[in-house]
Every structure is written in structure tokens, then in C-alpha cells.
Design a protein around this ligand. Structure first.
Ligand SMILES: Nc1ncnc2c1ncn2[C@@H]1O[C@H](COP(=O)(O)OP(=O)(O)OP(=O)(O)O)[C@@H](O)[C@H]1O
Length: 641
């Protein structure tokens, strides 16, 4: 029996299993009066299009340029080998206990066969003790199985803990710039659905597959020892199952990888629609977004139908294969018995062995499926580890706080620079405002000067050391980027403030809170510094959340701050009340303020005017306003008129 591969062979088999295939493109729906031939042609066309779409999704999922990479089979195997290798002792105990439990289970049919032979021969001597031996072996098997199961569960849990820790480490070291530019839907799908699938297969699939392989192997040995002739039907089911599983495993990875990437696509479209809800509403795009969602779901359903067909076919083959040997063993037994080659006891044992074999074999096939799905998710998760790091910290340490940018160029897309060679020298303690039209590159400059992104060419250094060569913990104590995003993590107020310096004493935390004017309200909280805040905990007002974020920066104590829209999204009243907190933070530090409103620029020591990725003017407010035909003077006139 072969398993057809809809993706690799004919377009028409792609969704043969769907009773009423949904239509991706309504234009392909044939008119009511269409002939049978036209209807078939249209149906074939639809399937062809869907297959092309699925192929495109698959190709995209393997193309690192189009999203997060997917790791290869070798990486997945090495990952599991390493996980198991690191708990070799536990693994040996697991194998030993399961081998003993399976061995005890296999002794029972043999004893029952002997019991039958002795009874048939009328040899009553020792029947009682044989029966007691069966009871004793069954009891021993129960005890061994209990401990074997316990060890398997512990092993699975331990494996899972390590796997999860590894994945968390991989995710945490992802380059910030990359996380922002990649598809959030894909990343979210990987860290939710794929982690869940991987967990199930690591926790249950791996130990269960090991146990099943062991039990099946020992059963085969016991069957051969009982009678080679009677073992033939069972060997045939094993061979048939192995063949069917091989065919399945050859096709399934492609199907599951496609399936996984279609889930990512659904999530991406959904996230985009939710995030851009206002734009969707304003431009009347809801119909188009719904259609996009429908198409994503349709492609996903195609992929699901494909893997489901593979599973159905596999389990049908296995079911047929399992039922045949029951009959075949009895038939072989009757024939062998008539020839005088076999005893009734051997036939009894063989039938019991066939029954005993079907359970583990069935589980093994089921587990292989689970492992296959888990391996695909693991490949998607390990793919994240293949994202090259954007920085390799060196041992170089800054000599002083001087922040310097030289010939800074940067491109979000290859060949499209948005900064064209910017030079900037910050004077310690100064306040530099960066102004310019929307899209001129102000925020990008801020990201390079705070070490979030590495410049394509040129250098951004602090005390002579490239910002991106510093370990992140150290970088954040030198330069910090402050945006309007003031995330509050789930944890105590204290935890939220000491993030950058975890060993900060409570006095320092209180001093930071006092500096941003929030010590009073924090002390009035039910548990003061220990009050849990963040999602689902004690609710903070936007201003309070911002103050916590500012206190966090006071503890981090960077000598330079890059402010990008730090208060622009907060309503003006709150922004005014935060001004005092902000001033406390800025006191004594060098500040680069990306100014979206010119009045912030007015108070700065110097102003850099950025236009089309270049600094076109640099000077104090008065110097720049005095240049009659200057860019800043024009902006200022427009602002004040
Ligand atoms: N993540 C990104 N991917 C691709 N292009 C980007 C990305 N972020 C910014 N750009 C592009 O880079 C250019 C500079 O953007 P940047 O945000 O630095 O400008 P800006 O002066 O800060 O604009 P604004 O005042 O509107 O925030 C723009 O053309 C923008 O479209």
C-alpha cells in the first residue's frame, strides 16, 4: 500500500478528501448553466491554484529571507540527542526498568503455554506451583511497571524543563531589531502553539516511543524463542507497519511545516487587522481583511486536510496489518499442530504474544505521529536559534561617557539607506534636540545612538567602544532609549524597578521613586514595594506606569538618554504632570531628544535638523532661527505662525 503525496504528485489529489472544497477565488466558480466539462475544468483549476498556494506557503516557510528560519532534521536530532545524553543515568534506569517490566509481561504467555501443554499431556504435577508463579510474575510486573512509568514521567518532565529553558534562552537572545521587523504572528505562533506541541512530544512522546520500541523488540525475541513459524505473521505486521510509517515520515514533515506556517499566517493577518483596526475602518478595508482571513484559513485547511489524509491512510494500513496476524497465527498454528510441529501450548503463547504486541506497536505508531508533529514544531523553534546574533559582546570597556557617531548609514531593506553618513559628537551633559520632517530618519538615528541597531557602515561609540560590542547589561547602564512604551512586567513594584540592577537596595529604590515623585502613592499601595503590578494585578494609571519606567531608568543610571516620543502619546495633562518626573531623570545626564514638537527643541543646548537621512543644520535655537533661509528657521516660522 502506498501513501499518495498530494503535494508532490498530482494537483487533483491535493484535497480529494474534502467533500465540498471551499473556493478561494469566487471568480473561479462556474456559472449555473455550466456544462459538466466546464465544471470539472473549473474544479481542477481551483485545486491547481490551491496547490500552488500551498507550495508557495511551504517554499516561504523554508526561506529565511521571508521570515524566521526553520531548522533542518539534523539540528532536531542533535537537539534531542543532546537532551537525552545529558541525563544518561536516568535514561539507563528508564531502559532497565521498562525492559524488566516488559520482560515480566512476556514471561506470562510462556508460562500459560506450558500450563496448557502440561494439562493436555495430563501431567498434573506442579500445576499449582506454575499457577502461583504466574500470579507472582504478574505481581512483579505490576510493581516494575509502576516504577517504570514513574521514571518515564520524571524523565519526560526533566526533558521538557530543559527544552523549555533552552527555547526561552534562544528567544531572549533574539536581536531586538529583528524581533521588531519580523512577522509577530509567526513568532507568537512559534512560542505558543509550537512550544505546546513540542512539550507534549518531549514529555510523553519521547519516553513512550522508547518504551514501545523496547517492548516490541523484546516481544519479537520472545515470539521467536516460542516458535519461529508462529512468529512469521507478527514479523509481517511489523514489516508492513515499518513500510507504512516510512512512507508517512517521508511525506509528513513537509505537510506539518506547511501547516505550521499557515497558522503563523492566520495569526499575522489577525494581528495586523487588530493592530491596524482604525486604518481598516477608515479606509473601508474590512471586507478585504475578512477575505484575506478566509483565504488564510482555506490554505490552512488544505494543509490540515493533507496531513489528516496521511494520518488516516497510515492508521488504516496499521489497522488492517494488526488484525491479520490474529487470524494468520491461528491458521499457521492449526496447520503446524496438524503436522505435529507445534504444541497447543506454543499456539496459546503465540496468540497471547500477538495480543500483547498490538498494544505497544499501536502506541509506537501513535507516538511516532506525535513525535513527527513535535519534531516539526521543534524545527520551527530551533529555527529561531539560527537567527544570527546582531552583536557579539567583546571585553572592550568604555573609557569615559563620550558618545560619538561617525558616518552613520543604515538600511531597513538592503540597498535602501535611510541614513546617509551622519556625524554627531555629543558634549557631556548637553541636551541635543533632533528635529526634522516625518520619515527623515530621526528615530533611526536614535536607535543607532542607543545601540539598538548596528549601523550598516560607520560607528556609534561610547568612550571609544562600539555600542553593539558591549554586553546588553552594560550598554543599558551607559545609554538608554526611552520611548512612549512603558511596559510594566508582572511582579512587585520593586522587581519592576530593579530590572537593570537587581542587587539595588530598597533605599535606592525609594530614592528613585521619590525622584520621579511617586514614593507617596507607592507607599499607599496595599503592600508598598511588594505590591504586585502588571497584567491582571494591581492596576496603575498610565502616568504611574510611566513613573515606574522612569524610576527604573534612574536605577539603571545611564549617563546618556535618547528620548524618542517619550511623552508624546500621553494626554497633555498627564504629560505636564510627568514633566517634573522626567526632569528629575534628565538631571545631570546627556540627552538626545527626538523632538516631534518644536517647543522641546527650543530649550535644547543644540538642535540637529535631519532631512532625508542627513544632518543639514546644527546649532543652538537662536543661531538656527537667525539663518533666514535655513530649514529650522522655516520650521520655526511655520510652527509659531
Ligand atoms: N522597521 C522599519 N522597516 C522598514 N522601514 C522603516 C522601518 N522603520 C522606519 N523605516 C523607514 O525609515 C525611514 C526613516 O524612519 P524614521 O522612523 O527613522 O523617521 P522619523 O524621522 O523618526 O519619522 P517620524 O517622525 O514619523 O517618527 C522612513 O522612510 C521609514 O519609512
Amino acid at each position: 500500500m502506498t501513501i499518495t503525496d498530494p503535494l508532490a504528485t498530482s494537483a487533483d489529489t491535493w484535497s480529494d478528501h474534502s467533500a465540498d472544497p471551499p473556493v478561494v477565488d469566487p471568480r473561479l466558480r462556474p456559472p449555473d448553466e455550466a456544462s459538466v466539462g466546464e465544471r470539472v475544468a473549473s474544479w481542477r483549476m481551483r485545486h491547481h491554484l490551491r496547490r500552488e498556494e500551498a507550495d508557495r506557503v511551504y517554499a516561504a516557510s523554508r526561506n529565511p529571507e521571508r521570515g524566521w528560519p526553520v531548522a533542518g532534521d539534523r539540528a532536531v536530532l542533535d537537539f534531542f540527542r543532546d537532551l537525552i545524553g545529558r541525563r544518561r543515568r536516568m535514561f539507563v534506569v528508564l531502559i532497565a526498568l521498562n525492559a524488566l517490566a516488559a520482560g515480566a509481561g512476556l514471561v506470562v504467555p510462556r508460562l500459560l503455554g506450558t500450563l496448557v501443554d502440561r494439562t493436555v499431556q495430563g501431567d498434573g504435577a506442579g500445576l499449582d506451583s506454575l499457577a502461583w508463579l504466574v500470579v507472582a510474575v504478574v505481581a512483579a510486573q505490576a510493581v516494575l511497571t509502576f516504577f517504570a512509568q514513574r521514571t518515564s514521567t520524571l524523565f519526560g518532565q526533566d526533558l521538557l524543563a530543559s527544552a523549555r529553558e533552552y527555547i526561552v534562552r534562544v528567544i531572549l537572545r533574539l536581536p531586538v531589531g529583528q524581533v521588531e521587523s519580523a512577522s509577530t504572528g509567526d513568532l507568537v505562533t512559534r512560542v505558543t502553539r509550537d512550544v505546546g506541541t513540542m512539550s507534549r512530544s518531549v514529555q510523553f512522546g519521547v519516553p513512550m516511543a522508547i518504551i514501545s520500541i523496547l517492548t516490541v523488540s523484546l516481544s519479537v525475541v520472545a515470539m521467536l524463542a516460542n516458535s519461529v513459524l508462529l512468529a512469521v505473521p507478527s514479523l509481517m505486521i511489523i514489516a508492513t507497519s515499518a513500510y507504512a510509517v516510512r512512507g508517512y515520515l517521508r511525506r509528513a514533515p513537509r505537510g506539518y511545516i506547511t501547516e505550521g506556517s499557515t497558522y503563523s499566517r492566520i495569526n499575522t493577518t489577525l494581528t495586523e487587522t487588530v493592530e491596524g483596526a482604525r486604518t481598516v475602518e477608515a479606509l473601508g478595508l474590512s471586507g478585504r481583511r475578512v477575505r484575506q482571513g478566509d483565504d488564510d484559513i482555506e490554505v490552512s485547511a488544505q494543509a490540515e486536510r493533507y496531513t489528516m489524509s496521511l494520518r488516516n491512510l497510515l492508521f488504516t494500513v496499521i489497522d488492517v496489518a494488526f488484525n491479520t496476524p490474529r487470524v494468520a497465527t491461528l491458521a499457521f498454528g492449526a496447520w503446524g499442530y496438524a503436522q505435529g510441529w507445534l504444541t497447543l501450548g506454543q499456539i496459546t503463547s503465540a496468540v497471547l504474544y500477538v495480543e500483547a504486541l498490538s498494544g505497544p506497536l499501536d502506541r509506537l505508531v501513535g507516538e511516532l505521529d506525535r513525535l513527527q508533529v513535535g519534531a516539526t514544531s521543534t524545527a520551527r523553534l530551533l529555527g529561531i536559534a539560527e537567527v544570527p546574533p546582531d552583536r557579539e559582546p567583546t571585553d572592550a570597556r568604555p573609557d569615559g561617557p563620550a558618545l560619538v557617531g561617525r558616518d552613520l548609514r543604515f538600511a531597513y531593506r538592503e540597498g535602501h539607506d535611510v541614513l546617509h553618513g551622519i556625524d554627531v559628537d555629543l558634549r557631556t551633559g548637553e541636551r541635543l534636540a533632533v528635529v526634522g520632517p516625518s520619515g527623515s530618519g530621526k528615530s533611526t538615528l536614535g536607535r543607532l545612538l542607543s545601540g539598538i541597531n548596528r549601523p550598516r557602515t560607520g560607528s556609534a561609540t561610547v568612550g571609544g567602544v562600539e555600542l553593539v560590542d558591549l554586553p546588553l547589561e552594560l550598554l543599558r547602564t551607559e545609554v538608554a532609549l526611552v520611548t512612549q512604551e512603558h511596559h510594566v512586567f508582572i511582579g512587585s513594584v520593586r522587581d519592576n524597578i530593579v530590572l537593570a540592577r537587581e542587587d539595588s537596595p530598597d533605599e535606592a529604590v525609594r530614592a528613585a521613586l521619590a525622584a520621579v515623585g511617586s514614593l507617596d502613592w507607592v507607599e499607599r499601595l496595599p503592600q508598598g514595594l511588594d505590591t504586585r503590578i502588571g497584567s491582571g494585578q494591581h492596576v496603575l494609571t498610565p502616568a504611574q506606569a510611566q513613573q515606574i519606567a522612569l524610576a527604573r531608568l534612574i536605577i539603571a543610571d545611564p549617563h546618556t538618554l535618547v528620548l524618542d516620543e517619550a511623552t508624546s502619546l500621553i494626554d497633555p495633562r498627564t504629560a505636564r504632570s510627568l514633566e517634573g518626573s522626567m526632569n528629575a531623570l534628565l538631571e545631570g545626564r546627556t540627552v538626545v531628544a527626538i523632538a516631534h514638537r518644536l517647543h522641546t527643541a527650543h530649550d535644547a543646548d543644540r538642535i540637529a535638523v535631519v532631512i532625508d537621512g542627513r544632518i543639514v543644520e546644527l546649532g543652538s535655537h537662536h543661531e538656527l532661527v537667525d539663518r533666514e533661509d535655513g530649514e529650522y528657521a522655516a520650521l520655526w516660522r511655520a510652527w509659531t505662525s
